[in-house]
Write a protein that binds this ligand. Structure first.
Ligand SMILES: Cc1cc2nc3c(=O)[nH]c(=O)nc-3n(C[C@H](O)[C@H](O)[C@H](O)COP(=O)(O)OP(=O)(O)OC[C@H]3O[C@@H](n4cnc5c(N)ncnc54)[C@H](O)[C@@H]3O)c2cc1C
Length: 416
């Protein structure tokens, strides 16, 4: 089959939140970009679905928030947990100094569809689906492009800059020889869905029982459930059988007894192998990694998408100018790493603290947990709920869009 060769300013490998957002921001700023995504669509079940106030603020700055909020979604203003028989409300987003004082729950494919539609309004935005990046082009010690396999044959993309946004199992970072530091995680997460009945109530919450941690997220007509297990514990669970697993869910949430049989086989249960890692260096000449490709995040706090978006905003702020001028230096790439290293490191440190000090302890419990005194304070002093809200909702050093809209968008309404 023939090889197609194209030339662009920036080739982005991976059409997840980081890649599509970066493509959109750069195209908006007058840079020509090609985003390559290996799948034929954005549909993947049980991907991150939580859009936090920091990401919504970015959309507000871009003037696309109202259009985004017209899409079907749920809003989460507070978060709480049931510890044994006691309910503690621990997070309250309603006081954040942001346009949206809530988390939006929306399937990730709708979010990506929305961003891609916004990107396509600019002539410089090119999204290539079914294009799997499998090789980097290197010349004189510099990455100058990439190659991808498509149903129509090989695609070669020559670019001033290649950005790896291909997620936690990044091919790009492997091909570039970037070294990964594993930070460890004591747990894995099983995701599943169960139907929601009108009499269920609508509160998304976590439940902590001896050795178990169960989270239910209200998705309007179904519950998205996360069952936290000790690292590597999935095989043991499977050995005990599906019925024992269904029973464990009923013990945690008796009202689900009438529908646990919706879990027909283990195919209905998706294992998320939790990883926390970070690249020692995020770049090499001509290439940068951001998002999960640079730092896989723990699911603690549900911040993965939002960190990916923050990386994309910072990268666009720093790189749009050099890309337009035709040359990106190592120093430009170093600035992106430097800008994002601290917020990423602090977030991961906090996640590791919660994993090691809270989740590991819960998973090791053999008797009914008692609510720790510090946690009880959240019920006594509601003001305290604002601190975790700020950390989860906005993160450390939130990014702001500094790039201007350099090209006129096509004559289409926002998010057509
Ligand atoms: C089961 C699960 C549940 C999660 N829940 C949450 C949550 O509730 N909230 C949250 O914030 N985060 C959650 N996360 C994490 C979140 O999904 C990620 O942190 C976030 O999507 C990272 O964005 P990204 O763009 O960096 O990478 P990804 O979203 O992983 O996107 C990478 C993209 O690159 C594509 N790709 C991979 N290899 C290639 C290649 N060789 N060529 C071309 N394309 C390629 C992939 O198909 C994918 O579309 C969850 C993750 C998982 C797996």
């Amino acid at each position: 089959m023939a090889t197609e060769t194209i030339t662009t300013d920036c080739a982005i490998a991976g059409g997840g939140p980081a890649g599509v957002m970066l493509g959109y921001l750069l195209a908006r700023a007058g840079v020509d970009v090609v985003v390559l995504e290996k799948h034929e669509d954005f549909f993947r079940d049980f991907r991150g679905d939580t859009i936090h106030p920091s990401t919504l603020e970015v959309m507000h700055e871009l003037g696309i928030l109202d259009a985004f909020l017209k899409r079907p979604h749920q809003e989460l203003k507070t978060l709480g947990a049931e510890i044994g028989d006691e309910f503690v409300e621990m997070v309250d987003f309603t006081h954040l100094p942001t346009a949206c004082k809530f988390i939006v729950l929306m399937p990730q494919w709708h979010f990506l569809d929305f961003l891609a539609a916004e990107g396509k309004r600019y002539s410089g935005f090119h999204l290539r689906m079914q294009s799997e990046v499998d090789e980097l082009i290197k010349e004189g010690g510099r990455v100058t492009g990439l190659k991808a396999a498509t149903p129509k044959g090989d695609l070669e993309v020559r670019a001033r800059l290649v950005v790896g946004t291909d997620g936690r199992h990044s091919t790009v970072r492997k091909l570039a020889g970037l070294e990964v530091e594993d930070r460890g995680a004591p747990m894995d997460v099983l995701w599943l869905r169960l139907s929601k009945h009108p009499s269920d109530g609508s509160e998304s919450l976590g439940r902590i029982e001896p050795g178990r941690f169960f989270i239910m997220i209200d998705r309007s007509d179904y519950w998205q459930c996360a069952f936290v297990i000790p690292k590597g514990g999935f095989n043991e669970l499977r050995r005990k059988g599906l019925e024992a697993f269904r029973l464990a869910i009923v013990e945690l949430r008796p009202f689900l007894s009438d529908r646990v049989r919706e879990i027909v086989s283990w195919d209905d249960v998706k294992l998320l192998t939790v990883r926390v890692d970070r690249l020692k260096r995020w770049y090499r000449p001509g290439l940068l990694c951001i998002g999960d490709a640079a730092h896989a995040m723990s699911p603690v706090g549900g911040v993965g998408i939002n960190l990916a978006i923050q990386d994309a905003v910072a990268a666009a702020n720093i790189l749009a100018g050099p890309l337009r001028q035709g040359h990106v230096t190592d120093e430009d790439l170093r600035k992106v790493e430097k800008r994002r290293e601290l917020p990423t490191g602090l977030t991961q440190a906090l996640q590791i603290f919660v994993q090691d000090r809270v989740i590991s302890n819960v998973l090791a419990l053999r008797s009914q947990p008692k609510t720790p005194f510090v946690i009880k304070l959240f019920n006594r002093f509601p003001y305290l709920r604002r601190f975790p809200a700020r950390l989860i909702g906005m993160g450390f050093r939130p990014e702001h869009v500094l790039t201007d809209e350099a090209t006129a968008p096509a004559d289409k309404p926002s998010s057509a």
